[in-house]
Design a binder for this molecule. Structure first.
Ligand SMILES: [Zn+2]
Length: 209
């Protein structure tokens, strides 16, 4: 039988991961910035190889963090992280997200390719390169942190599905930050399979009925 959680606690694993990633990702970019001065215009393929490698490394770090969040979030519901692993995560991320209106890996590749393109234009000007790199970091971090909450919700939904839950109640954080759309949904009961999508950064959650 699913266990109840206190409202503020639902996203604590997500919060912890966000805090960690907001240090880890900038550190990876910082480390990467040393490559800028070594690039030259006759060898632009190096830029692509280096950026591809950075994004692959970040993706590994982030996915491991997502799995940690998801396992803890599922344990909050049923005490058992079974079924939550990198394969589960891959399936969740590959689905179109109605919260962000994109598919995680496709958007990640898009950001990577735009970073390659912009950095290629900065070769020979490491100062500009550093500015473009900071811009890249800001937008990748936004995607990364936004999905911490989405993954939390996905893990809870997986727990409900495993437990055979059919109906869920929409619960808001019950503070001044709750938007009018969410307030109007407060306490509504939905079929688990047809819960309306959340808006970005929404911290409402579902409890079994
Ligand atoms: Zn909300």
């Amino acid at each position: 039988m699913p266990r109840a959680s206190k409202p503020k606690d639902i996203y604590r694993h997500s919060d912890k991961a966000i805090k960690h990633l907001k240090r880890a990702i900038p550190a990876m970019y910082q480390n990467f910035s040393h490559k800028l001065a070594g690039w030259d215009e006759l060898n632009l393929i190096r830029v692509k190889e280096d950026v591809d490698q950075l994004f692959a490394e970040m993706d590994r770090v982030v996915r491991n963090e997502y799995v940690k969040i998801a396992r803890e979030a599922k344990k909050d519901v049923d005490g058992d992280p079974v079924g939550i692993n990198l394969i589960w995560l891959g399936l969740m991320l590959s689905a179109f997200s109605p919260v962000t209106n994109y598919q995680y890996p496709a958007e990640w590749r898009r950001k990577r390719d735009r970073t390659v393109e912009s950095l290629m234009s900065s070769v020979g000007n490491p100062q500009l390169g550093r500015t473009l790199l900071r811009r890249s970091m800001t937008i990748t971090l936004r995607q990364i942190t936004q999905f911490c909450d989405i993954i939390t919700d996905d893990a809870r939904k997986t727990a409900y599905e495993q437990a055979g839950v059919k109906k869920v109640r929409w619960v808001t954080q019950q503070d001044a930050k709750v938007c009018s759309v969410c307030r109007s949904r407060s306490n509504h009961i939905y079929d688990l399979a047809s819960v309306p999508p959340k808006h970005p950064n929404c911290r409402c959650y579902l409890i079994p009925v």
